[in-house]
Design a protein around this ligand. Structure first.
Ligand SMILES: C[S@@+](CC[C@H](N)C(=O)[O-])C[C@H]1O[C@@H](n2cnc3c(N)ncnc32)[C@H](O)[C@@H]1O
Length: 277
């Protein structure tokens, strides 16, 4: 394992400590939940249920799981025949992937570092960059996207999922019958917490205070950042997990998720694209 961190990045250091805390307590996003099917199609559906990588060849492809420690995804890429690298700031999140890869008898390269600096990787060295639920943990999304564009090979695919920038500003803000944003849409600073201790993560009955610092990067930051990094955006999706018909407590975050999307997904392709036959 190599570290690519150079100068002190206080946000990254804080969030690394929080992810170590979360991982040691086995909270969400730090354990390989569920069991993927054995078939190739089943594995792809398990990892990519909305089919964002449809048509992308994975066997033999070079795949980077960016900030993808703690779960199944890198292991499934490897089982599908990809030469897989997982990059994450948290040693415990990486170890979880290492142990799972050993149990599943696949090889994965593990690299520890801050996603703002991918200099450990050469230009154009990946066909796919898979980046789920972690851009919120960095202050400078444009810098991360520039790095992603650099390491992607021409025609390569980038799949980003992260928190919806509007909804993130509204969680926990319900008062007097309505939600009000904790910061304006136009402010790029961290979104403040509303609970007493900072931020409490829950998993079933388990509760853990781990106040990660989170940024709701705006659509224009992401799309323009990808364009500046040499990518063309060929898909944007907004969605919430769960069932819209489910009863939710009025004013709860789950209720908000039925009214506004929790997450966004943005897909980019690195230019120049291969010529169409
Ligand atoms: C929500 S988890 C995502 C885990 C996995 N990708 C998934 O979807 O299950 C966020 C991950 O981002 C990592 N992370 C946070 N800040 C980071 C940074 N600056 N550079 C690299 N990884 C970071 C954490 O260690 C954690 O593993």
């Amino acid at each position: 394992m190599r570290s690519t961190q150079r100068s002190v990045d206080e946000v990254a250091e804080h969030n690394k400590a929080m992810w170590e805390r979360l991982a040691k307590a086995a909270m969400n996003y730090t354990r390989p939940f569920g069991r993927p099917p054995r078939t190739r199609a089943g594995m792809r559906r398990f990892m990519d249920p909305r089919g964002r990588l449809k048509g992308v060849r994975l066997a033999g492809a070079h795949v980077l799981g960016l900030a993808a420690g703690g779960g199944w995804d890198p292991v499934i890429f490897a089982k599908l025949g990809a030469q897989t690298t997982v990059f994450d700031i948290s040693p415990t999140q990486l170890k979880t992937v290492k142990d799972l890869a050993a149990r599943q008898r696949v090889k994965i390269r593990l690299v520890r570092g801050n996603m703002k600096d991918l200099s450990v990787f050469k230009d154009a060295s990946f066909d796919v960059v898979w980046h789920c639920h972690s851009l919120v943990f960095v202050d400078d999304a444009v810098r991360v996207l520039r790095e992603v564009g650099r390491v992607l090979a021409p025609g390569g695919t980038y799949l980003l999922s992260t928190m919806h920038p509007t909804t993130l500003r509204l969680y926990g803000s319900y008062k007097h019958g309505g939600w009000s944003p904790k910061i304006s849409y136009f402010e790029d600073k961290p979104v403040p917490y509303t609970d007493e201790w900072g931020m409490t993560w829950t998993l079933g009955k388990k509760k853990l205070v781990a106040p990660t610092i989170e940024f709701g990067h705006r659509f224009e930051t992401i799309v323009n950042g990808m364009a500046a990094a040499g990518m063309v955006v060929d898909g944007i999706w907004e969605f919430s997990p769960g069932d819209d018909d489910e009863e939710t407590e009025p004013g709860s975050d789950a209720h908000l998720d039925t009214l506004f999307p929790a997450f966004i997904e943005v897909r980019g392709r690195k230019l120049p694209l291969p010529a169409r036959r």
